[in-house]
Design a protein around this ligand. Sequence first.
Ligand code: HEC
Length: 111
Amino acid sequence: MKRLYLYGLIAVAMCATTAHAEGDKTRGRQLVYTCQGCHGVPGYSNVYPSYHVPHIAGQNEQYIVNALKDYQKGFAAPGTGRRHPTMGAQAESLSDRDIADIAAYLSSLAK
Ligand code: HEC
């Protein structure tokens, strides 16, 4: 009995680790709240319909991770990564985990 309980705990721990590595969509959904004003995730209204912003909903997960890390790089050290003051400031406030969760959520959406 005790042994079964232990296996159960290990299984739960392994699940939790996997979920983290893949990014937590539920958490990502909360995090993209601040992105929606500009990027207009479907199901939410776009505050600036005339402002040119690339679509990120349904984008490839790794692409989103790379893009955000590049903006972070360009913000921290101009001349490297992607240079864009607005997105740089956005990306700068995100942790690696935030980025993974955001990418998991956005890539799960329909284009
Ligand atoms: C103030 C408006 C604004 C906000 C808020 C904003 N973005 Fe952006 N985002 C932009 C603009 C403008 C670009 C295009 C920048 C460029 O030309 O490199 C962009 C580009 C991107 C790209 C690259 C897209 C591509 O096709 O290469 C990603 C990914 C992205 N944003 C994610 C996010 C995420 C995630 C958030 C929220 C944490 C966010 N953005 C918040 C305006 C915004």
